[in-house]
Write a protein that binds this ligand. Sequence first.
Ligand code: MG
Length: 162
Amino acid sequence: MIRTVAVDFDRVVHRYSRGWADGTIYDPPMDGALDGLRTLMEHYSVFIHTSRTPADVADWLAAHELLVATDPSDDLRFWVERGVLLVTNRKLPASVYLDDRAVRFTSWPQALHDLLPDQDRDARRRTIRRALTAAWPDLAGDPTHVDQLAEVALTALEHGDG
Ligand SMILES: [Mg+2]
């Protein structure tokens, strides 16, 4: 059951169209962000989790007419008071973390599959390499060429319509 929602700031609430830039909060909100936060806050305790200075983020949110508390001074208020949005740079416990860069964790094998380079593709390329050098042993003396041929063959398979 969801009780607390942690919300990332940049590219979830703040549009962040130019990335970190000079560290200022320069953009308007993401479409739907302010109403979205208000709606979430009707149902859950909500906090903004950001690596920015919490006071800067709190000022920006307050300027957009959200009722904010900053960690740690009003630490506990948002847990119990509906409509108070906490801003913190600590990773407090939450049922859900809403983040534009999150990778969902279910197990280490799944996480490694999602994060590491495409090992299946690398394995297919190695298979093609072996087939090429088996068919044309002279190619073994020019591994760069074999790599290029294997990549061409693999790409053709991936993008071909046959
Ligand atoms: Mg972000």
